[in-house]
Design a protein around this ligand. Structure first.
Ligand code: WTA
Length: 637
């Protein structure tokens, strides 16, 4: 429940919006709008749905709560994201507008107009069809950060299939589990991806995952690095070879979807080793992401938007791929690592491409801040208008650095709190809201959030409690793929009586009703903003023959927010050593991925457990942090 940083110090530090912002912002009436939406959230969302999206057929009902907590939105409506993100733009003047600018790690540059992107998506949609993909089928996408990744996502959605994107930093077991759970017959991947001048062999990982998860029948492989890969005849096909065939025709009909049809699954970590596939719908999700991006970042036609996340996480799904395209913006996407090859790579790109809106994570800011002020100072960053942050609480020091060195004290910092589960921003300022470093400020219009005690009563100002959502929001996930009971249990059972959604986060509100997120209350760890379950790392550790039992905790880290610390009981006859520690780290890297590698592993003889045998990670953590251990009455004697 603790963060690495003191966020309380900055509560009296308030940044008022500048006159320039107040005079230029489009939604200058946002506070009134928010007040109205608080009284009548359905009308607010209804208006957004009509203003921001085109529907093939209008919806009959805005909100249906007849089967709680499986809420529905915009029922009866027919829609497709690709119709809104591409088809309608190519019929307008936006046809020749840039949809996407991409820079490779080695400096290569590519641009896609809306027309060009639309054509590529049509082609790939036809390729997917020729592979037997039909409406309602799942397609797993496992790629580096290349334009073909959004193209594959859009093409899947165009034909009414459901994508499951697996972050390219995950390894064999993590990928195999996700393919298996989604039962994807088709996987789209690359031969390899680039990171810090080196290649990662993605195709090899796919091959190993398929060996563990035999549902896959077809693999489409994009040639990105040109490295040697093994192509299995009749199973594996090169993207470029398929694209040259007559099957890859330049036009593919967009499938009208019911608003409540599944649009995608995205796996995220929870308290058990089995990842949860959060399922998002076709209608409500789009309304939510388009409205939040428009208001929070005051987006304009001539903006150049850079969401520096990976499309493989929810931030990338919602705010690299879908929302910016729906709003007709020009997005920038960068393949590689932030400080590669020099610490000013990002600032150079801001200058080169005239980025106006930059949205990133505290861990990236801290990582770049480390190199000092001189690197951003070398570049003209005056194109920037608004900055954003997401993923974990931002420590005031990083906030101030971002504000002074990047925003030059002119750019509001939009701190957006949300989750894979919520689909889009939930608590966020807009540019007219006074800011306090470290606070995500106020719930977005139409979102009713609160901090409450276990009995559901609202906490007093500055009292820690559970962060809950009291009324469903259109973008919230509809279920956990294949496991509706777990959906109810995980999110809707803590405050069942009240019918509220529990986020898993603890927070407090201050006397101005500003929200301060403290952190996860469950066994989820945020490492460099990436979300990991302790159980995933633990099951990777115990899958090694030397380990009998393992427990992982997150401990605060100045740069990465948290790092993982693992405790292992070794199997009889094995003794701990530095080389075993290295071997176990390599094993976790191979099974789950580099982000899951523990910073340290301690070999122990026992682990604190409850009488029912559950490991008490809370105790391990309290010990590391030198905090009181609290209630231990359920501890095993
Ligand atoms: C944390 C990422 C503080 C939080 C979009 C949440 C944040 C989890 C913020 C979801 C923020 C996200 N301030 N904490 N602005 N944004 N979090 O699913 O703990 O990867 O529950 O979604 O990240 O992580 P996820």
């Amino acid at each position: 429940m603790s963060t690495a940083f003191d966020t309380t110090a900055s509560k009296s530090e308030v940044y008022q919006p500048s006159r320039e912002i107040l005079e230029s912002v489009q939604a200058s009436d946002y506070l009134e709008l928010r007040e109205e939406a608080l009284q009548d959230p359905l009308s607010f969302w209804d208006r957004q749905a009509k203003e921001l999206l085109d529907w093939y057929e209008p919806y009959q009902q805005i909100f249906d709560d007849s089967n709680r907590p499986f809420f529905k939105w915009f029922t009866g409506g027919k829609i497709n994201v690709v119709h809104n993100a591409l088809d309608r733009h190519v019929k307008s003047w936006r046809k020749n507008k840039l949809a996407l600018i991409w820079e490779a790690e080695d400096g290569e540059q590519r641009t896609y107009s809306y027309f060009k992107l639309w054509k590529e998506v049509n082609r790939f949609a036809n390729i997917l069809k020729s592979m037997g993909v039909k409406k309602g089928d799942t397609v797993t996408i496992y790629m580096g950060r290349v334009p073909e990744m959004p193209i594959a996502m859009l093409a899947t959605a165009k034909i009414g299939a459901i994508h499951s994107v697996v972050y390219g930093g995950f390894s064999e077991q993590a990928l195999a589990d996700r393919i298996d759970d989604a039962k994807s017959k088709v996987v789209v991947t690359c031969d390899g991806s680039w990171l810090r001048g080196k290649t990662v062999n993605l195709k090899d990982i796919v091959d190993e995952a398929i060996a563990r998860s035999p549902v896959v029948q077809r693999v489409i492989v994009l040639k990105r690095t040109g490295q040697e890969v093994n192509m299995v005849p009749d199973r594996d096909f090169w993207w470029h070879e398929l694209a040259a065939l007559p099957i890859a025709g330049p036009y593919c009909e967009t499938e009208p979807m019911d608003a409540e049809d599944p649009m995608f699954i995205l796996y995220t970590s929870g308290t058990t080793g089995k990842p949860k596939g959060l399922m998002h719908s076709c209608g409500g999700y789009l309304v939510h992401i388009a409205a939040t991006l428009k208001y929070a970042f005051d987006t304009r036609e001539d903006d150049r938007w850079w969401c520096a996340a990976d499309p493989g996480w929810i931030t990338g799904h919602s705010y690299i791929v879908y929302a910016p395209l729906i709003l007709g913006l020009t997005s920038f996407m960068y393949e590689g690592a932030p400080g590669y090859p020099y610490p000013d790579r990002w600032w150079q790109q801001v200058e080169k491409y005239g980025i106006t809106l930059l949205y990133t994570a505290p861990t990236a800011i801290r990582g770049l801040m480390r190199f000092g002020d001189a690197w951003p100072a070398r570049h003209d960053l005056s194109s920037l208008r608004i900055l954003g942050t997401v993923g974990e609480p931002i420590n005031p020091e990083a906030w101030r650095w971002y504000n002074v060195n990047i925003g030059k004290e002119r750019c509001p910092i939009i701190d957006t709190w949300w989750q894979t589960e919520t689909g889009g921003f939930m608590i966020t300022p807009t540019p007219i809201i006074p800011l306090k470093p470290g606070s995500a400020t106020l719930p977005f219009a139409g979102v009713e959030a609160d901090v409450v005690r276990e009995d559901g009563s609202s906490c007093n100002p500055d009292e820690d409690g559970y962060l809950v959502i009291k009324h469903p929001v259109p973008g919230m996930a509809r279920t956990i793929w294949g496991d509706p009971d777990r959906f109810v249990q995980t999110y809707w059972s803590d405050f069942e009586k009240q019918g509220w959604y529990f986020s898993g986060d603890s927070a407090r509100k201050d006397e101005d009703n500003y929200f301060w997120i403290i952190g996860r209350m469950d066994d989820v760890i945020k490492v460099s903003g990436y979300r990991l379950g302790t159980a995933e790392v633990e099951s990777a550790l115990v899958s090694h023959h030397a380990v009998a039992e393992a427990a992982c905790i997150g401990v605060p880290d100045e740069l990465r927010g948290n790092v993982i610390r693992a405790y292992c009981i070794l199997t009889a006859g094995v003794s701990g050593s530095e080389s075993l520690e290295d071997e176990l780290k390599a094993h976790v890297r191979h099974e789950v991925g580099p982000i899951a590698v523990p910073a340290s592993i301690e070999f122990v003889d026992s682990l604190p457990k409850t009488r029912s045998g559950k490991i008490m990670r809370r105790l391990l953590k309290a010990k590391v942090l030198g905090q009181p251990v609290g209630d231990t009455s359920t501890l095993e004697a």
